[in-house]
Ligand binder design. Structure first.
Ligand code: ATR
Length: 274
């Protein structure tokens, strides 16, 4: 039997095992995908355990999408540009290759709307924010991108990295002092504020002052759904998107990298009973 996994910490929220195990069963592949919660102080040990267990591939979620980079032998071009990895292919010769399938998943439900997006606000500056911001500045043609993060140095670092790939003007703020001077067409939450221990909290209590009536609010969180942020948006009659289409899109692309097959079309049905 082949083994696959998702690593992160904490991992209470993940729907990935249900999706991948459903797909293995659908195609009759003798494999299992399991969650591995690895605490930060045991990160290297946890990776060694994956090697010892003969893992064939794994996904990476909060907070390790950047930390994994130094443990890989090769990076796919897109993952290298983004500077974050959410999927690893473990080759039989022992080499681990990093990919980013978040960018593809993130854009899936947005494709039709990209041309109407001028001013963008991204909340967060971690690994998921890197894929989101990179996708937006390279695939849309925004007039501005604003990055807001609890740790402002991380937002500045992301700004510098993005400036190597785009001429779109980028502004950075720390969450505590952020006041919008623009009405954003798109607001994306890439932080973990709204899930796990922060369930019920909003990463942007002042949402109303940042939007116009056509704004779209996109929260990458899929559990819970809606999040507090999406409840705020719904109360303002705004368009909303949660993280479920992105979850399925990134997972399907990862499954393809490992098996040469995409998820079966009925994969979304498992969430209607979840
Ligand atoms: P991922 O790789 O999945 O994006 P990450 O790199 O740990 O995970 O990033 C998590 C994001 O959520 C970061 O923007 C983080 O802010 P910091 O850079 O300041 O750590 C944000 N985040 C996590 N917990 C938070 C909290 N309690 N309040 C505000 N932001 C938080």
């Amino acid at each position: 039997m082949k083994h696959y996994a998702i690593i992160g910490y904490p991992l209470g929220h993940t729907f990935s095992p249900a999706m991948h195990n459903h797909a293995f069963k659908h195609y009759g592949i003798d494999a299992v995908y399991e969650p591995r919660s690895i605490p930060p102080e045991g990160f290297e040990k946890g990776l060694q355990q994956l090697r010892d267990d003969g893992i064939r591939g794994f996904n990476i979620t909060i907070p390790y999408k950047q930390r994994i980079l130094s443990h890989l032998q090769k990076l796919d071009t897109l993952a290298e540009k983004i500077g974050a990895v959410n999927t690893v292919v473990c080759r039989e010769d022992g080499r681990w290759i990093g990919y980013n399938t978040d960018a593809y998943g993130f854009l899936l439900p947005l494709r039709e709307m990209l041309k109407n997006i001028r001013n963008i606000l991204v909340l967060g500056a971690g690994g998921a924010a890197r894929a989101v911001a990179f996708s937006l500045v390279t695939e849309a043609a925004p007039a501005s991108l604003t990055l807001v993060n609890r740790t402002p140095a991380r937002a500045r670092e992301l700004k510098s990295a993005l400036e190597e790939h785009t001429a779109v003007p980028i502004k950075c703020y720390d969450s505590a002092s952020f006041k919008s001077d623009v009405k954003y067409d798109l607001i994306v939450n890439t932080t973990s504020v709204g899930m796990g221990r922060m369930r019920g909290e909003s990463p942007l209590p002042g949402l109303a002052s940042c939007v116009h009536e056509g704004s779209l609010v996109y929260d990458l969180i899929y559990n819970p759904s809606p999040t507090r942020l999406l409840e705020q948006a719904a109360a303002l009659h705004l368009k909303t998107l949660n993280g479920l289409p992105m979850l399925i899109g990134q997972g399907s692309r990862a499954f393809y990298l490992w098996n040469g097959l995409y998820f079966p079309e009925d994969v979304g049905n498992i969430f209607s009973t979840a």
